[in-house]
Design a binder for this molecule. Structure first.
Ligand SMILES: [Ca+2]
Length: 526
């Protein structure tokens, strides 16, 4: 395959990709020569070909099996305090799908998302990831470094995107035809930030479990931790008690959505009251809760409210999300109950109040929220105005799990409703932005409900062929074997069972408006 030479591009190098059997002029710059690029405020630290086979990312022990690629390591310094590391992986021209994919991060994690880059590269994408300008998951990095907080908030992803697109162009001799961003959790936040702040960056965006309402979510973490710990910081709830609550909540609300399938279809419609689990007579036994434990659970459901005005500051966590699996991430343990101090308390200690001894119990849910909104606008991606993204023809697929114990899906749904209100209707929103909420799915995956699906392929079809996804096909597997399939429907639609055939087969479900009633399942159906 020969590529035409594009004017203005460094030419003349024999393509290292082609090998001796297929000599060909490269349209772009040979991989090793990318180190000589002179992009303002960016240093290319290294550029080298990586042969197909095992690649062990820095800081990890296990090798990823990858096709051959050109690995570019770079640092961007858009401010004098910035140190944004990022990598760009570029497939050989004959393996390139002509597209670029930026990938997101998790938590406050300052590390390059190698696994996500690997997934993109295997699909033929040129791809990029950044450490967001710091190392590690500790919020303390922002102490005395307000520019680094901005890098984390939005700037690193944008600078990475801008620069990576250029590096891909220089390597391949042309810009990528289409650009996509794929992320979940903090990556979902980054996805929404890009759609809001830089609508031109990406043609298509996947925003999973978006933690874009970051400031209020942080207030929510303060609330839920305070609700589930005694004054001296002792946890009120352990894993066994939380599992008991999940079991009871699912038992109470499973059938209420008209299909007894072990899943709560929409926990907003579930009013399970944990006080029904209080031990009689009062004692602390494994099969029941103390009144204090029941009250703690209820407060996490209720969510952060202003003690003065009663205003809801942030939604609570959904019924069913308490503890549905062995891993701490499959319940409240990882971010709420097992924490020695509230998750992200450092935002208050190091970014807002500059007091390492700040006590969460001094939090003023009114005045401190107003202060945080004013001081940390760059940490937020909660603007409901996506008109810029819609106007440029962008397409956005968002997803969430109704059992997410980290980023409450009610907030993601409320955001979608807010955008639809601003756009004027669901129809005017659906033509560029669709949200899929999976019953029984946890944080970015996992859980008892169908939780594995391919949002990117659906998005590619939407962006490149104009085929809007009317559903996403999701599967649930046990020990590697698929045991349930189910469509995920564009919000506010829900998947309704037809009344005939297996409840484990997607073909027996249809996406309908949520108020549509469903036929009852008969005992002979399976
Ligand atoms: Ca159900």
């Amino acid at each position: 395959m020969r590529r035409s030479v594009v004017a203005g591009v460094v030419v003349g190098a024999v393509s290292l990709w082609m090998g001796l059997d297929h000599p060909s002029l490269a349209a772009g710059t040979a991989c090793a020569n990318l180190a000589a690029l002179t992009i303002p405020n960016v240093t290319v630290n290294a550029a080298a070909l990586v042969a197909a086979g095992g690649f062990t990312p820095p800081g990890t022990q296990s090798a990823l099996t990858l096709p051959a690629f050109c690995r570019v390591e770079a640092t961007a310094r858009p401010t004098s305090d910035s140190e944004i590391k990022f990598e760009v992986w570029i497939p050989p021209v004959e393996a390139w799908n002509g597209k670029f994919q930026g990938v997101g991060n998790g938590g406050y994690q300052g590390s390059i998302s190698y696994a996500a880059m690997a997934t993109a590269l295997r699909r033929g994408y040129a791809t990029a990831s950044t450490d967001t300008g710091h190392t590690g998951d500790d919020v303390k990095f922002g102490q005395g470094h307000p520019e680094k907080v901005i890098d984390y908030g939005w700037r690193a992803i944008h600078v990475m995107t801008d620069t990576a697109k250029l590096i891909v162009r220089d390597a391949q001799g042309k810009f990528a035809d289409k650009s996509y961003f794929v992320g979940c959790s903090a990556g979902g936040h980054q996805a929404m930030s890009e759609a809001q702040r830089f609508p031109d960056d990406y043609d298509g965006i996947v925003a999973g479990a978006p933690a874009n309402n970051r400031i209020r979510q942080t207030f929510g973490f303060m609330w839920s931790w305070t609700a589930t710990h005694t004054a001296d910081g002792t946890p009120i709830l352990n894993a066994a008690k939380l599992a008991l609550v999940t079991k009871a909540a699912v038992a109470a609300c499973d059938a209420g959505d008209s299909l007894k399938d072990g899943l709560i279809d929409d926990p907003r419609k579930c009013s399970f009251d944990p006080s029904t689990l209080v031990c009689k007579p009062v004692a602390d036994e494994s099969t029941c809760l103390t009144p204090t434990q029941a009250d703690a659970v209820k407060r996490v459901y209720d969510g952060a409210k202003s003690p003065k005005t009663g205003e809801q500051i942030f939604t609570g966590w959904p019924r069913g999300s308490e503890n549905f699996g062995d891993a701490a991430i499959m319940g409240w343990r990882q971010y709420i109950t097992d924490m020695r101090e509230p998750s992200r308390v450092g935002v208050f200690k190091y970014w807002l109040f500059h007091d390492p001894n700040w006590d969460v119990r001094s939090l003023d849910y009114d005045r401190d929220l107003a202060y945080a909104d004013e001081r940390l606008p760059h940490l937020h991606a909660a603007s409901r105005d996506l008109s810029g993204f819609k106007k440029r023809g962008g397409k956005l697929i968002s997803y969430a799990g109704w059992m997410d114990p980290v980023v409450p899906p009610q907030d993601t749904a409320a955001y979608y409703e807010g955008v639809a209100k601003l756009m004027g209707s669901y129809d005017k929103t659906r033509d560029f932005y669709r949200l899929f909420v999976a019953p029984g799915m946890g944080h970015c995956g996992g859980g008892p409900g169908p939780n594995t699906f391919d949002a990117l392929t659906a998005l590619e079809g939407w962006v490149e062929k104009g085929v809007a996804p009317d559903k996403l096909m999701a599967t649930h597997s046990t020990v590697g074997k698929v045991d349930r399939t189910r469509p995920l429907c564009p919000y506010p639609q829900v998947a309704r069972y037809s009344g005939k055939g297996s409840i484990d087969e997607a073909a027996n479900f249809a996406c309908v408006a949520p108020e549509a009633s469903a036929p009852k399942r008969t005992s002979s159906d399976r």
